[in-house]
Design a protein around this ligand. Sequence first.
Ligand code: HEC
Length: 370
Amino acid sequence: MQPRDIALVVIVGLALGLAALFALRKLGPADGSAAESYAHQADKAEALPELWPVPDFSYLDQHGKTVTPQALRGQVWVANFIFTQCRTVCPLLTSKLVQLQRLLAGVDVRFVSVSVDPAHDSPEVLRAYQDKWAPEETRWTLLSTDEKTLAATAAGFKIAAAQSDSGVDPIIHSAVFVLVDGRGVVRGAFSSEDRADFLALVKAAKKLAGQETKQAPALAVDGPSLYHQLSCAGCHERPDLAPPLGGRAGKRQELTNGQLAVFDDAYVTESILTPQVRMVRGYTLLMPAYDALLDEARLKALVDYVMAMPAPPEESAGAARVEADPVCHMKVRVTDSTPTTSFDGGTFFFCAEICREKFLTTPAAFVSSP
Ligand code: HEC
């Protein structure tokens, strides 16, 4: 086994361990003090006990402005933990945050995403990340952290964030949302992966913030705007994360169970409402369910739009160049902005800068192994 593969096994093992921990905690009383242990409590939206004060921090946001817990006083906020180069849980987590922003439209809450990758996620990088996922959202603060204080901040939120030596994602971290009240006290930790918990968070945030206060910007009703507002492209325009959706109507798709699915109205509807029922083969990332957000008319508009999406021009011309990243082995669609380097007379392409950097430290190790 390559060291990389071992790291992967460790990560998968850790993820399974965490999942098991979640399952156990669901059954038995919570032990320990990690934020995870407060997830999955019944009637959380009703009780909202005062759990612990948020830790002190002072970080720059995506606009270069200093943000502290004091500056957030008087404001209900939801915190989560991400890093922009992450390709496994973070796109899913961020797409859930985007759903949360839509479900809490018009409610006076702030969304605070704390980066667990201080070396890479500068304010500029976080700004670009916001532009990709929710450019119009004014209540979203993305914090660039620093190496010296990140561990203390994560510990203060009772959140796991640890470095790992993997080619896929270098940082393992928690997938919970933490709800903070206007006095800076944590009032709940909610699993992003559990539907009931996610809906309990919506309810709890409304309760703390005092229901709808502002004129809510309504969720769009037409397909193109819905596709944009729900940030479907955040995953689907990156072939290494999710299957491209353009030009697929009537074609067949291979599923994880070995069967084929025809890309028709019923299949697309099911993919959006209950994506885990039939899954496309070859993707590690999970597609989030959108059933909490879409009424019948909006769902139909979105399905019609996806069915009519044209194939991307390069693909129809047969000119799309897809290469395998020599570090993580993901498929990469080569464009002008694809990270690349030359070595030993060959040209190599990478899914992200992080893989390129890894390659550059020991190129021969990645080239010699097939
Ligand atoms: C967090 C990333 C992510 C987001 C956001 C996302 N998807 Fe997906 N989607 C995936 C992945 C990964 C798959 C393939 C695995 C599977 O089938 O679940 C997928 C599969 C699909 C499929 C089946 C595709 C095929 O080729 O068979 C459809 C249709 C789809 N998504 C539509 C949407 C729509 C519409 C939205 C926005 C409302 C959306 N997705 C948002 C990740 C995402």
